[in-house]
Design a protein around this ligand. Sequence first.
Ligand SMILES: Cc1cc2nc3c(=O)[nH]c(=O)nc-3n(C[C@H](O)[C@H](O)[C@H](O)COP(=O)(O)OP(=O)(O)OC[C@H]3O[C@@H](n4cnc5c(N)ncnc54)[C@H](O)[C@@H]3O)c2cc1C
Length: 396
Amino acid sequence: MPNEQTLRAQVRDFVDTVLLPLEGRYLNEPWAAVVGALDGARAEARARGLWAPHLPVAMGGCGLSLLDFAAVSEELGRTPIGHYALNCQAPDIGNMELLHAHGSVAQRKQWLGPLARGEIRSCFAMTEPERAGSNPTWLEARAERDGDDYVISGHKWFTSAADGAAFAIVMAVTDALAPPHKRASQVIVPTTTPGYSLVRNIKVMGDAGEGYATHGEVRFDKCRVPVTNRIGDEGEGFTLAQARLGPGRIHHCMRWMGICERALDLTCRHAATRELSPGVVLGTRQSVQHMIADSRAEIDAARLLILETARQIDAHGAAAARESVSTIKFFAAGVLQRVLDRAIQVHGALGMTDDTPLAYWFRHERAARIYDGADEVHKSVVARRILKGYGVVVRE
Ligand SMILES: Cc1cc2nc3c(=O)[nH]c(=O)nc-3n(C[C@H](O)[C@H](O)[C@H](O)COP(=O)(O)OP(=O)(O)OC[C@H]3O[C@@H](n4cnc5c(N)ncnc54)[C@H](O)[C@@H]3O)c2cc1C
């Protein structure tokens, strides 16, 4: 296995030479038209030994620690197709990590193996339109025991990448009378199960997407699956969701740093070449210089915080790093929004087109301040812990 620096350089070269030439097609053509070319990029990633950097070597991956994966994730984040090309895209990466850590031998064979090889895709169905997603202990979906089966009914939305997924990991209540954090379980439901339906791909900022690049509304109408499809013990759904989100937030935050670096690079290239009048480029204007300096400082600060948090998780586990994880989630999401906004401003009308990836990111990454915990929720986690040291105990 190459060391982290070598691997990072190899990933950077792969992004520059294989993915960036494909990016324009991804931004401007339907998924079905580009998926063949993306599969070609995936084959090239395997041939270069870059496949599934988050997975152990024994599973065909690179066996990276979270800290090392963070560096790779930043390189991949420079293009919207980076993580998909190396099979470490959300939500599959979270499902792979979950099954690897908590799946039974049979579940790993049936579902993790094909996921790791990139033969199938998956989705994660927790959020419901009728319930506040910010309170994941309050769910309507039910998994009722019937002999050796669960019968699952529920209505979910923002089930990312449901379109084309082979299975969903569903969060559903298995014991409504248990304490709130012990009520739900996570159960694998193959999308071929009678009663499962993808209602629609939800339009997000005007774009419903297609295939992998979608967010689905899905229904489970008395879906019958064996009890052996449950991941972990009954009532452990919330605990597993928390375990998934620690590393998951590092993945997202470092991907955002990659987006920020690319946005700043595009900003500087444009500032250096766009002439306001003959021989006078945009970069000579102080307001543009200040935008560049603000973005540089904010990206560097966010990255340091994220890497320190990844180090804490590697050393002490996700639970011990909870406050840091919440800090980076809202801080890095804010940096991402501001850096993209400045980049679009400097590009003028060009920034509003899909001739660069900026508008795509601006549309799709506004959600960064909402998914995996809204800003306000994370800020409350951080502030409550700080205030506890001053004797202030806030009860929800
Ligand atoms: C692009 C995208 C992809 C997603 N992918 C998935 C997925 O794959 N699977 C899945 O299950 N879910 C997914 N989600 C759903 C996501 O996890 C939820 O949107 C999120 O948990 C917030 O829940 P909600 O939308 O119901 O907002 P609500 O909980 O209704 O909150 C609405 C707003 O209220 C404010 N708020 C909430 N709580 C507090 C508080 N305690 N204090 C102060 N203000 C508060 C926040 O501003 C928040 O944005 C995705 C969402 C998006 C946008």
